[in-house]
Design a protein around this ligand. Structure first.
Ligand code: ATP
Length: 389
């Protein structure tokens, strides 16, 4: 794999002591589609602007194609950037907009002609070349912006929330279109969004940022299954991961979670987990009577809680249903294909996801089963992941 971009400890602090990037390190390989995601103000745009050369880092280095570009002007970086508002020239036709970067680089006329027609054809813009941007739909304008960015075969294509002005349907359409363009042109893309589902759907690699600090860089599925801390766990996934405060109690014979409401859950497959827990201090080599306790945050995704068909507490109390837990329904969101059931579970708020067919109602007590193989444990003090069951 050829390295396209390397960020080596870049930092940027703005006036007022706002830290927009702190020691950001990242390797992007040729052909990667990297998405930057995080809450508003976490530094996504600032990092992108530093890669483009529109902002200079306070410290750290940026390499593109192995060349140190940290102090190189934007125009010399061979990087294309697509902005939120597309920034098309309103007085120019689609043809002139796409040709503009080539004309600026004094490309011979015949080559401009050939290249514009080629790129317009692959982005299905060939019938629109004489129109002005004002006579185009949002999706068509977006495609012109992409065509203009790609016409010079840039080394790297940067996109800052390029779909934010589109309605939900067009957004979905542009997502799959962009995925196709990425494959077809074999380009390297860095894409900023605050929408975690967009970041997951498009990215081959997702970078999660918070307060200017990279929280995790991973493939979407790994991010979902093995969030490195409670923030990533809750940020990635919709509806978000449920989190509960609990005490992890273990000795060399059992591991148990004690929740705020007094509920207790025994973690099965003791041997498989004891090794994973050994980095906790003190290690669980204690004899049976030396119990170790640790405050944890238990993360459980909505799809890992199943509602049992029996809804009574007597069902839970029955000896062979000891793994079932009781919840009370607070609110039901009907979304069409499925419904989100807001409940109180372990004395905390939680969301369960069920199909559209259910006979639940507000105020009802229900029995649930938690898939203990798929729970996540985070250290309550550091928020770092202890272990995903
Ligand atoms: P959003 O999703 O809202 O666009 P973001 O993650 O892209 O946010 P940035 O725009 O990179 O975040 O901003 C990071 C932080 O730096 C914010 O607190 C912002 O207010 C601050 N900031 C950005 N640019 C400047 C600037 N030119 N001067 C001062 N502060 C700035």
């Amino acid at each position: 794999m050829t390295e396209k971009l390397l960020l080596n400890g870049i930092c940027k602090t703005f006036a007022g002591n706002v830290c927009a990037a702190s020691d950001v390190c990242l390797t992007v390989n040729e052909g990667d589609f990297v998405t930057f995601v995080g809450p508003s103000g976490c530094g996504k745009t600032t990092v992108l602007r530093m890669i483009a050369g529109l902002e200079i880092p306070d410290s750290g280095e940026i390499f593109i194609d192995g060349r140190d570009v940290t102090s190189l002007a934007a125009k010399n970086r061979d990087v294309a950037m697509i902005f939120q508002d597309y920034a098309l020239y309103p007085h120019m036709s689609v043809w002139q907009n796409i040709a503009f970067p080539l004309r600026m680089h004094k490309t011979p006329k015949a080559d401009i002609e050939k290249r514009v027609l080629e790129i317009a054809a692959s982005l299905e813009l060939d019938g629109l070349l004489e129109r002005k941007p004002s006579a185009l739909s949002g999706g068509q304008r977006q495609r012109v912006a992409i065509a203009r960015a790609l016409v010079r075969n840039p080394s790297l294509c940067l996109m800052d929330e390029p779909f934010s002005n589109l309605d939900a349907k067009l957004r979905m359409q542009m997502r799959s279109e962009l995925a196709r363009i990425h494959r077809e042109f074999d380009m390297t893309v860095i894409f900023v969004t605050h929408d975690q589902s967009e970041a997951m759907a498009l990215g081959t690699k997702v970078v999660v940022l918070k307060d200017g600090i990279v929280q995790q860089v991973d493939a979407p599925q790994d991010l979902y299954q093995k969030p490195r801390n409670a923030f990533v766990g809750a940020f990635i996934g919709s509806p978000q991961m449920n989190t509960f405060n609990a005490m992890l109690v273990y000795d060399n014979a059992s591991i148990q979670l004690n929740f705020l409401d007094g509920s207790k859950l025994q973690i099965p497959n003791l041997n498989a987990h004891l090794n994973a827990l050994t980095f906790l201090e003190p290690a669980p080599t204690a004899p049976n009577d030396a119990v170790v306790e640790k405050e944890v945050i238990v993360g459980i995704r909505p799809e890992n809680i199943t509602i049992l068909s029996q809804y009574t507490s007597s069902f839970i109390n029955a000896a062979n249903n000891s793994d079932a837990v009781e919840a009370s329904v607070q609110y039901i969101e009907i979304l069409g294909a499925d419904s989100h059931i807001h409940v109180r579970l372990f004395n905390e708020d939680a969301i369960l996801r069920v199909g559209s067919e259910h006979n639940l109602c507000v105020g009802q007590n229900i029995a649930c089963m938690i898939d203990l193989k798929n729970i996540h444990l985070f250290d309550a003090t550091t928020n770092e992941r202890i272990y995903a069951m």
